[in-house]
Design a protein around this ligand. Sequence first.
Ligand SMILES: Cc1cc2nc3c(=O)[nH]c(=O)nc-3n(C[C@H](O)[C@H](O)[C@H](O)COP(=O)(O)OP(=O)(O)OC[C@H]3O[C@@H](n4cnc5c(N)ncnc54)[C@H](O)[C@@H]3O)c2cc1C
Ligand SMILES: NC(=O)c1ccc[n+]([C@@H]2O[C@H](COP(=O)([O-])OP(=O)(O)OC[C@H]3O[C@@H](n4cnc5c(N)ncnc54)[C@H](OP(=O)(O)O)[C@@H]3O)[C@@H](O)[C@H]2O)c1
Length: 510
Amino acid sequence: MDFNPLLHPFQFLYLAIQWLLSKLLSPDPPTPGVKLGRPKIAVIGAGLTGVSAAAHCIGHGFDVEIFEAGPREELGGIWSRVNNTSGLQIHSVMYRFHPSVQWKGGYPNRQQIVSQITELWKKYGLEERTKFNTKVEKVYKDEKGRWIINNTSEGRFDGIIAAVGTCGDAKMPKMDGMDKFKGEVYHSSKLTGKKARGRNMIIIGGGASAVEALEFAAHEEASKTYILARSDKWIIPRNPIINVILSFNILGQETIFSWIPEMLLRKFFYRDLEDLAPTDHGLFTGTPMVNSDVMDKIREGKAEWLRGDIKGFTEEGVIFNKRAKGVKAGGPGEEVVIKGDMIVMATGFDRPTLDFLPEDSFTKPYEPPNWYLQTFPPQHPSVCCNNCTYVNAIGSVGNWHIGIYTRILLMFLSDPLTRPRTFWMERWIDMTRVLKHFAPTGAFDFFTYLELIWWFTFCIAFNPFRWKWALFVFFGIGQGLPRRIVDAEDRLRHQIGYKNGENYDVGGSF
Ligand SMILES: Cc1cc2nc3c(=O)[nH]c(=O)nc-3n(C[C@H](O)[C@H](O)[C@H](O)COP(=O)(O)OP(=O)(O)OC[C@H]3O[C@@H](n4cnc5c(N)ncnc54)[C@H](O)[C@@H]3O)c2cc1C
Ligand SMILES: NC(=O)c1ccc[n+]([C@@H]2O[C@H](COP(=O)([O-])OP(=O)(O)OC[C@H]3O[C@@H](n4cnc5c(N)ncnc54)[C@H](OP(=O)(O)O)[C@@H]3O)[C@@H](O)[C@H]2O)c1
């Protein structure tokens, strides 16, 4: 179909800006067949984070190898395994996981996301550098301090990017008596091709997947949908300006002003459905769901959102203890039977493990997510666990920060004077704990996007040896210049008797 910019000026502007960003900020892909030098980086996981991080590494001249547990069909990680009707809940302007990404619209669907990941993977010559069907079970060091992945046959690496994500296998909790139910039971991520037309659907769980299953029900023209949620979560409108404003809380926690956005949401978004808004926790404590349609579907009578506990099952549905607002899980309520033809378990995903990392990465009280910048285990400055340690946030998983985290690792590997020692990484964690002392969550259990930018800014500003890397870290610009300075620094240190250690995993700086 022909695209007429005059009829779609905003879309045209969006496309033009993305094209410009790609021209300005995408590092050049390597020339085919070129031999790349060390440091060499192992990337674990070929989802959006792993592919983006690998593209950044190789674009800046670092050799890279991706290890992916799944087969080739699972390139793209979780997005390769969810429903065809799945799509982004947040606006794609907040989902720019690499400068080369070109979104055609605001809310791309699963296929468009996987296709952007695949294009990036091909553009940066990562096809020949990806090992599928290779689950990483352990990583350890050789006598020179180089990383070995699983066993020595995979080669030696100087740095590791773990990008295993947070959504692993579909979680299907065993519930007593469920076998009595005579209809079908599916996980929310396995709905492609399932028939719901004219049927009553019961969704168990009240998170983003439940909202998505509700969208599936609407798409399939289900007769009625019941969402059974045992706890309340905040829902925010699908509006990029509101979403960005909320992520601009630089303190990354509840403040004395949090009642303002909460009140505005209740009055102007929830309106007559204010009963659904949580009262037991504030907005800046958990990941909100981003959706505007859910309220409309409830108002139209097509969906009912019920708070309570599952007591059992009958042949025809679920025995449910409906609780009033404010009554805790397991508390008193009204027992009702919700009848349905099919049950969708929107109960989430198991979290992939990071236990392949050395044991000292999990030393309390500096275990994930309580790591340096949430991502670097304090014992290992050459290990960057990109996008897989977070718990809750207002922001986005697939955005600019993937490149920033990757380039911080590249800076640590390239320049020993920037590589922090364990002591200083732990002090940063302690400092953040103090700053967030009054947060209702743990310091690293919730953050906002602007807080993340503050973490990066602090990391660069705190150490003068990192200043020369600022443009590179934030925008991927000008890596050649700091490298030349590093070479000069190396020569100087050599002359005064300091030898550069080979071990990229030992930090000596602050
Ligand atoms: C339906 C759905 C919609 C979503 N929508 C949004 C949204 O709107 N906005 C948003 O910000 N986020 C959203 N998310 C969250 C989503 O998880 C992230 O946006 C992003 O796709 C995560 O990418 P990732 O590469 O970090 O992880 P994944 O995509 O999970 O990729 C991790 C990869 O690592 C591999 N792996 C794991 N362990 C190992 C191992 N030991 N060895 C080798 N390989 C391993 C896995 O096989 C997998 O391929 C959504 C999630 C779902 C399920
Ligand atoms: N398009 C999108 O943006 C989109 C779509 C889907 C998923 N995602 C992302 O994917 C991740 C996972 O989301 P999700 O909704 O699948 O999982 P989730 O956020 O973990 O929500 C799971 C829901 O199931 C409930 N639950 C779990 N076990 C239960 C049990 N035994 N009995 C009753 N209820 C149970 C949970 O209740 P409690 O809260 O009380 O534990 C919660 O309401 C999130 O990061 C989310 O943002 C995004």
